[in-house]
Write a protein that binds this ligand. Sequence first.
Ligand code: ARG
Length: 461
Amino acid sequence: MALWGGRFKDAADPLFREVNDSLPFDYRLAREDIVGSMAWARALERAKVLTTDERRRLEAALADLLALVTDDPEEPIRDAGSDEDIHSWVERRLIAAVGDLGKKLHTGRSRNDQVATGLRLWTRGAIDARLAEVRSAQASLVRLARREQPAVLCGYTHLQRAQPLLFAHWCLAYVEMLERDAARLGDARRRVNVCPLGSAALAGTTFAVDRAALAADLGFDAPSANSLDATADRDFAIETLSALSTLAVHLSRLGEDLILYSSQEFGFVELHDSVSSGSSLMPQKKNPDALELLRGKAGRVIGAHVGLMVACKGLPLAYNKDLQEDKEPLFDAMDQASLCLRILARVADTLKLNRERLLNAARGGHTNATELADYLVSKGVPFRDAHDIVGRAVREAIGAGKRLDELPLDSLRKFSDRIGPDVAGWLTVESCLARREIPGGTGPRAVDAALAAAERRLGLA
Ligand code: ARG
């Protein structure tokens, strides 16, 4: 149903409709539009614009529509008719159900405050769903960490072997990142949860609507404070997309780590068959596609964020149709984030470690060189000199094709006579780890404490 035909002599060009219509994607706001409309009917009743009987009949018909779209969310696209957007669709179906009374519902309301309200309700629900998925992804990582304690992992900087870690420490690094992602989403939610209804097209409604009661009715924290702002800004969506982009970047990095670790070159982990795919040509292949898509989809989510910011940047106040472009990026980024979080949980739940390869890598690459320097410091050598001494010892070890801890004491002592037989105890992987019992460090007790704290936070303990 066209909501605005009166002023027009000629019919819309089909191509214009294709550009203009949003029903093909905003049908996803059907539930929120209906819920918002029910609350609007109650507000109009309180404002004495509708009688109680009228409000009841409207609300009953809207409840039927709500049940219909809950049961079959795609009903609005199948039954699109001439509706340009979900608001037109709901209004047409309402009028079909209750007759002329249905035409009263739009009193004092504009699609501008209506769509801003619907999208805020939708975003609030989507954030809550993502928060639950972040929690389960974290829980999967924590369970993986617990299962594999005390497996070691070679730690890298610049993708060069650096120092030994506990594998659980790696898991918990991502648990922390996800914790902040959840906090960012929760923080965005507070600013999402504001009610534009009553702002009308741009200047505020002329009817005596109790906006505070209306906001409370829809579970919003407050009514919006400025009608121009409420109908024209989409920073709540931009901010949500920003939080999703950061989340996607974290998931991408996790994906990249595991892509490397699952390659034959590293051979640290094996992905379960159920989350891997094969090659159509090379029969031997087992590819980490799920992880590559964690990495790849980040580009898409970031694109959604940047796209919406650019769409908004030059808009004069108040509403402009450009704002209709807010929905697809938000819907898509939410969908992709959801998929990524859920597949990450599956990957973590089924991941297998090759502890021997992990231990060998953690031992190799002279990852205990810092320990030797610390040892010299404990014998009174200034760190800068110790660094130089150990650098030369490493060069010798490389030449001899040995690890530092495999060099005989005599050859180590060529570099410093402060080195004694007690050095051996400093150079094992266990000692590298045990010397890092600092809060936030990779020492086994520190990691156990962090793991226990994460388990408590997630209700797993
Ligand atoms: N489909 C529109 C949107 O998504 C609804 C608002 C239309 N408002 C208007 N004044 N044309 O933004």
